[in-house]
Design a protein around this ligand. Structure first.
Ligand SMILES: Cc1cc2nc3c(=O)[nH]c(=O)nc-3n(C[C@H](O)[C@H](O)[C@H](O)COP(=O)(O)OP(=O)(O)OC[C@H]3O[C@@H](n4cnc5c(N)ncnc54)[C@H](O)[C@@H]3O)c2cc1C
Ligand code: SF4
Length: 462
């Protein structure tokens, strides 16, 4: 019998609400082996069908059953450049674990926690990626060092291409470094180490280069001799509500707030990045980004509220994130919608007028449509408002590249099978194509585009 899942240790909510250390402590060796024993090693593994990059899940778990974490990490490395990242942030409950046969009658295997254990153990033991033996003489430029760009670059380097990533920020990693907080994804120990492995494959990463300003895609292809380009520039442009008072001091996009806290280490006393911590903070939105912003504000010492216009059932964030936020003391004001942000005489936030909502018939998204309850207006006393309403791609690249088509959401038009865009030799994937999505979908798109670029360049050589 498979029995029940081995529970994973976590920091006590009362303690972790005041620090930025990782919430989940992961399995130790005995726990990982015990959990791995639950896997049936299915002949037709449904879990693999649920993984967007097709990791050999029963294969790596079989190594763990024998206590061979290094062997398990080598199986993972065949399909993923970022296993320690994915083990921590992938929505496994709707992917591999959501398809595991054990989930039909009981609890699925904790695939994510086992992936994390294998990757962490191998890294701590000093296991490194091996660079490819031969180069094929062709060069590919990659725009953006997020999960899509890093994956595409790593796969192309393994195939023998000379690959250079151009990254706008001063640090590689994309949302992994500037969006997802330290307490969910440690930067130095996990993200930087996995990026270092991509570098070891021979990938060069040049930071502080905004493609579309100092360099353009046409210039890379026509003047700098690159044979192909992959765009993995993400979706970093925040959306706002368009309500009065949104331009006030103390109103932030979640992106700006989290970037200050993560990339510029505003949470650390050793750095002097300014951040308005606020005394009472309202985070507007109900997705993972909203949970991250709320849990960051809480750790910075604020009394923090999530303000979301639909109900608990409709919260788009992962159940685990909502549970963690509640445990730590974030207050949920559900079925509540902001109407106006009130400012004091100096332009600083002093409150937010909200209205209560009820739920009507389902809308196009299948979720019940929120409808305002007449006469239910009230004022929340807050001094900081963080808008976490989603993001869209920045139009800079599309507007500076001849022949690159975008759709009405500003996303680059690309074939999902191989990442091909409307411009010859230019491929794209990740959030820049889909709009804000997930790490593993961006990685899957990077992998598909690496294959697409390889097929294109081999075809051109003939
Ligand atoms: C706060 C937050 C929490 C999240 N939590 C999760 C989670 O728990 N699980 C999950 O699966 N997903 C999560 N996501 C979503 C996930 O991080 C993204 O879907 C994923 O990072 C997309 O990868 P990408 O490579 O397409 O883009 P990004 O990660 O956005 O990387 C794009 C990179 O391109 C660079 N760039 C942009 N324009 C240019 C330019 N003109 N020139 C050069 N470089 C450029 C950017 O600086 C960036 O480094 C979260 C997102 C946020 C914001
Ligand atoms: S579906 Fe579940 S039990 Fe079967 S191989 Fe995958 S993880 Fe193991």
């Amino acid at each position: 019998m498979a029995g029940s899942r081995v529970p994973v240790r976590e920091q006590d909510p009362k303690v972790r609400a005041h620090n930025f250390e990782e919430v989940c402590l992961g399995y130790d060796e005995a726990e990982a082996v015990q959990e791995a024993q639950r896997c049936l090693g299915c002949k037709k593994p449904m879990c693999v069908a649920g993984c967007p990059v097709g990791i050999d899940i029963p294969g790596f778990i079989a190594r763990l059953k024998e206590g061979d974490a290094v062997g398990a990490s080598r199986v993972l490395a065949r399909d993923s450049a970022l296993p320690a990242v994915c083990g921590r942030v992938c929505p496994q409950e709707t992917q591999c674990e959501g398809r595991c046969v054990l989930g039909v009658k009981g609890e699925p295997v904790a695939i994510g926690k086992l992936e994390r254990y294998a990757a962490d153990t191998a890294r701590r033991m000093g296991v490194q990626a091996e660079p490819p033996q031969e180069k094929n003489g062709m060069r590919v430029a990659v725009i953006g060092a997020g999960p899509a760009g890093l994956t595409c670059a790593g796969d192309l380097a393994r195939m023998g291409y000379e690959v250079k990533i151009f990254e706008a920020l001063h640090q590689a990693g994309g949302v992994l470094v500037y969006g997802i907080p330290e307490f969910r994804l440690p930067k130095r120990e996990v993200v930087e180490a996995e990026i270092e492995n991509v570098r070891r494959l021979g990938v060069q990463i040049e930071t502080n280069v905004v493609v579309g300003r100092s360099v353009t895609i046409d210039g890379l292809l026509d003047e700098e001799g690159y044979d192909a380009v992959f765009i993995g520039s993400g979706a970093g442009l925040p959306k706002f509500m368009g309500i009065p008072g949104e331009n006030g001091n103390g109103v932030f996009s979640a992106n700006e707030y989290l970037t200050r806290a993560n990339l510029m280490k505003a949470f650390s006393d050793e750095y002097d990045t300014p951040i308005v911590t606020g005394r009472r903070v309202a985070v507007v939105g109900g997705g993972n980004v909203a949970m991250d912003a709320a849990r960051t504000a809480l750790r910075l010492g604020a009394q923090t509220h999530i303000v979301y216009r639909r109900g608990e059932q409709e919260l788009p964030a992962r159940a685990e994130e909502v549970h963690h936020a509640k445990e730590e003391g974030v207050v949920f004001d559900l079925l509540t919608n902001p109407r106006e942000i009130l400012l004091d005489e100096n332009g600083w936030v002093r409150g937010m007028v909200c209205v209560r909502m009820g739920l009507g018939e389902p809308d196009a998204s299948g979720r019940r449509r929120p409808v305002e309850i007449e006469g239910s207006e009230f004022t929340m006393e807050v001094d900081t408002v963080i808008m976490a309403l989603g993001t869209s791609p920045n139009p800079l690249i599309a507007s500076t590249t001849r022949g690159l088509e975008t759709n009405r959401w500003r996303c680059i038009v690309a074939d999902e099978r191989d990442g091909r865009t409307t411009k010859e030799g230019v491929y794209a994937g990740g959030d820049a194509v889909t709009g804000a999505a997930t790490v593993i979908l961006a990685m899957g798109a990077g992998k598909a585009a690496a294959k697409g670029i390889d097929a294109y360049l081999k075809g051109r050589k003939k």
